[in-house]
Design a protein around this ligand. Structure first.
Ligand code: GUN
Length: 283
């Protein structure tokens, strides 16, 4: 291993004191509601982590668990309640949702000012125009990791692999706004290897173990691995073949302990930002 490790756990910890200061300056604690429909084991773990972190930061917090067969109308009625609840500043519906649910309709029902995931079309549109928005947590966390490491983005060739609304698309927008030259690759991209070989920065958000081979990484490149894939033996791996990639890269995120902790940290920040805006404080 020659690459510098980008430690998201450590950065998330270092960001906590400033966040606590912001929380203490609020007239009332920030309120976060997390909604989980069904019992997907990975989602249950993520929701539990969000709950714990919010509690430890002194948030008012509600985790609402609904059965897997919850109808669309019941979920929308819950969103409506949370929208008008004055103690709640942020509403997050854990994805994926069961197949009977129209996820777009649910996300579109959350008030944009409470949309701490940044998935509402208003926040997506605002981000796309470079306006103040609630920004999706994972790409925001990636930007923080890169900034904290002092890695320059202006003019660099950045490759984002994966075009989801949760990660790839907003990631590409943020990198472009930081003046990178961005390529957004996806499942129909021809010769992914050629794109990776040219890239100064690779952000992998595909959800397939070892999808990006270490030998493709340009020497000295920055590698950000958003993937969290559980193998048959129970271990967690990213989308990038870690060992060989770390031997070539200048900097790389581990899985776990890279991007994951930053996603949760940015959710907490977005919730405080939403609370500040809703309680009439600047930001
Ligand atoms: N599922 C995977 N990532 C996310 C996320 O950032 N937010 C929500 N709500 N669900 C997810």
């Amino acid at each position: 291993l020659s690459a510098r490790l980008l430690d998201g756990r450590d950065l998330a910890r270092r960001l906590a004191p400033a966040l606590r200061t912001r929380v203490a300056a609020l007239p009332r604690p920030p309120g976060l509601a997390v909604v989980l429909v069904g019992e997907d084991p990975a989602s249950a773990v993520y929701v539990e982590r969000k709950h714990e972190r919010a509690e430890r930061l002194g948030f008012h917090q509600a985790t609402i668990r609904l059965p897997v067969d919850t109808p669309q109308g019941a979920l929308e009625a819950l969103i409506d309640e949370l929208n008008v609840d004055p103690r709640i500043d942020g509403v997050l519906v854990q994805l994926p949702l069961p197949s009977q649910i129209d996820a777009g309709a649910v996300l579109g029902r959350i008030l944009p000012e409470k949309d701490v995931d940044g998935f509402h079309v208003v926040n997506t549109g605002r981000l796309s125009q470079g306006l103040a928005a609630l920004v999706p947590c994972t790409p925001l966390g990636v930007m923080r990791l890169i900034a904290d490491a002092g890695l320059p983005l202006a003019g660099c060739d950045a490759l984002v692999v994966g075009r989801s609304n949760i990660v790839g698309r907003p990631m590409a927008m943020l990198l472009e706004q930081a003046h990178a030259t961005v390529t957004l690759a996806h499942s129909r991209t021809r010769n992914l290897e050629d794109h990776v070989r040219r890239a100064d920065l690779v952000v992998a958000a595909v959800g397939r173990p070892d999808h990006i081979r270490g030998a493709w990484i340009k020497p000295g490149a920055v590698v950000i691995d958003v993937g969290i894939n559980r193998l048959a033996d129970g271990s967690l791996v990213g989308d990038v073949e870690f060992g060989p990639a770390a031997a070539r890269a200048g900097a790389i995120t581990p899985v776990p302990g890279g991007v994951g902790p930053m996603t949760i940290a940015m959710l907490m920040e977005n919730t405080v930002t939403a609370a500040e805006r809703r309680q009439g404080l600047a930001r």
